[in-house]
Ligand binder design. Structure first.
Ligand code: 1HN
Length: 360
């Protein structure tokens, strides 16, 4: 309203002039309380308590054919030792500069070349690795070395000492996912470098999987707070289970034949903050639309397909990484003979808080 039209009005309650006065006195009031670091809730209530999840995160995809040469180039620019971890961070396009793929999760592509060592350290954030390319590099977690192959799901529990090395003849690239934004949101993060570059091997390769992943559990030995029971869930062990599910017709209408990576000691998720699945989409699979409150990072392991979201479709093939924001409806479609997708999200953290929801 213009000043002249305000002057013309009578100034009674309910008129434009009156509402202008109210507005002006509210603003003056907000200014006064602001000096005391106070603010009116009623101005922000709707944003603070949305009727449905609101996300800043957008869908995005990183195609392996583009990412791989760029990651390889980093291998010529900096050593793993110099970088500490030679990683290209996958930044959500709507959250650039924040080192995150969703508001709660960090993701990156790590390269380790033959002969290199990524030195031992530990931190409050938990990490998982999902191997995209190469075979024969290792990671050592709390004194146990595990040799990694494509498709292996490897976990580094919070505060567990870890280092990586590549004694093979080929480069290895894996996807790292860490709960760093979550830990940093709590402002509860610690880290430390360990004096030694690599940890001395205290256990044989495969020790944790054999002890905890065979349907028996060590008599009386509870894993401690740091050491999670299994550090490597090998693709070679998990993949055949998906074929069994498919053969048995145990195929979810949205997710396909899907397993959840579990902590064998508790039956719960593999980590307290990040939960992962591996699914097989049978030939011709057209998933029913699905949404849940956990924004999810997917990796195509085998085959090819497409994920339809509101307003866009992401087409993927092996090594591609893509992200679906929280509460966005999506439907997977398989275009390959057999298609395998890995997925990871913050669902365990949301479940622990009692806020996780899904909608089919
Ligand atoms: C880290 O420790 C690793 O151990 C990878 O491989 C990525 C990103 C931020 C902070 C720590 C690793 C990381 C990281």
């Amino acid at each position: 309203m213009s000043v002249s039209s305000a002057r013309k009005s009578s100034g009674k309650a309910g008129t434009p002039a009156a509402s202008k006065n109210v507005e002006a006195s509210r603003r003056a009031y907000y200014d006064r309380i602001s000096a005391y670091d106070m603010a009116p809730l009623w101005e922000v209530l709707r944003d603070l308590v949305p009727r449905e999840p609101v996300t800043q995160c957008v869908p995005a995809i990183w195609h392996f054919k583009d990412a791989r040469p760029l990651v390889a180039e980093a291998g010529e620019l900096i050593t793993a030792k110099e970088a500490e971890r030679r990683v290209l961070v996958l930044e959500n396009p709507a959250l650039r500069g924040k080192s995150r793929i969703t508001q709660t999760l960090y993701a990156g592509l790590q390269l380790i070349l033959p002969g290199e060592i990524a030195p031992a350290h530990r931190h409050s954030a938990s990490a998982i690795r999902f191997v995209l390319d190469g075979e024969g590099a290792y990671t050592a977690v709390e004194g146990e070395r595990t040799t990694m192959q494509r498709g292996d799901f490897v976990i580094t529990a919070n505060w567990a000492a870890h280092d990586h090395g590549n004694t093979s003849k080929q480069p290895m690239i894996w996807l790292d996912v860490l709960d760093l934004p979550t830990i940093n949101f709590f402002e509860a993060g610690f880290s430390e470098h360990l004096n030694r570059e690599s940890q001395a091997a205290e256990r044989e390769d495969g020790d944790s999987l054999s002890r905890f992943g065979s349907g028996v559990l060590p008599d009386g030995e509870a894993p401690n707070r740091i050491r999670k029971p299994i550090i490597n869930y090998p693709y070679a062990r998990i993949r055949p289970i998906l074929d069994r599910l498919k053969r048995a017709g145990d195929v979810d209408r949205s997710h396909g034949a899907r397993v959840r990576y579990a902590n064998p000691w508790t039956g719960g998720w593999a980590t307290p903050t990040m939960g992962a699945h591996l699914s097989l989409l049978p030939k011709g699979f057209a998933g029913e639309p699905y949404r849940s409150t956990d924004g999810t990072i997917f990796v195509c392991v085998e085959g090819e397909g497409a994920t339809k979201l509101d307003g866009e479709t992401l087409e993927w093939s092996p090594g591609d990484v893509f992200v679906v924001p929280p509460w966005q409806r999506y439907a997977h479609r398989a275009l390959g003979e057999t298609t395998v997708l890995f997925g990871i999200s913050d669902r365990p953290a949301q479940e622990a808080l009692g806020i996780w929801r899904e909608d089919r």
